[in-house]
Ligand binder design. Sequence first.
Ligand code: SF4
Ligand code: SF4
Length: 289
Amino acid sequence: MNSRCASVSKIIPFSCVDGPGSRLALFLQGCNLRCKNCHNPWTIGCCNYCGECVAQCPHQALSMVNERVMWNESTCQQCDTCLHMCPQQATPMAQTMSVEDVLLHLRKALLFIEGITVSGGEATTQLPFLQALFSAIKADTQLRQLTCLVDSNGLLSETGWQKLLPVCDGAMVDLKAWDRECHLALTGRDNAQIKRSIQLLAKQGKLAELRLLMIPGQVDYLQHCEPLAAFIRQLGDVPVRLNAFHAHGVYGEAKSWPGATPEDVDKLARALRARGVENLILPALYLQA
Ligand code: SF4
Ligand code: SF4
């Protein structure tokens, strides 16, 4: 039995938006970027058991036991009050799950899914768990047919990828801006390692998807279309998904940013196609806040 554990913010048994086909999606808690446009900002931090959310819960679903916050799922009304007031951008509803716990969920969903996608937060911040989980799936006669994908911000080091890739079928990675300064302003970190990760994954045939998020007035893809397109072309025939920003769920200044329209995304798509980037996936849906 593998007892390696992770802090999990959410598990969705059947998802059709977290990679190809129907997949179990596991969202790990904690991220090493601080994206202004994060749609799940309560998955960024980790609970430090300050207890501030306990008294704020309108349904008495939270309590302090042995200096830890306990969440009572049966009384929780999913009102999200605790998420919005947490000073750590964390959640008291995160659960500790072992590899065995996740395997149990996979067995229940097995007939209806093609694989598992581990997302976040940033999945690779809990690398030992991720490695143990994917290894256990590959070693299990019943589960090894499932593909193991990771949805990542790409900050993982080359050493980290080398540990994960033998048991990982692919990664979907976001490139949130082209220029270092723009990336720093949007996420709090520069993007040198992210570009290296994207190249490494493509070289190893494990870049399942490259993702660009169009945020009008904030991202710099169009200003740097030549080097961006050249970078993508040298990755080979990798699908490039263009996502459209919308302000739903975001905190802070990004709440007032306008959402991307079909015209905004088309403009980027045309600029990339004109420079030889053909394998584009456009949004099926546009939400306006
Ligand atoms: S979830 Fe946030 S507010 Fe609640 S105890 Fe943890 S850190 Fe404090
Ligand atoms: S979402 Fe949070 S605040 Fe709302 S009922 Fe559940 S635990 Fe309480």
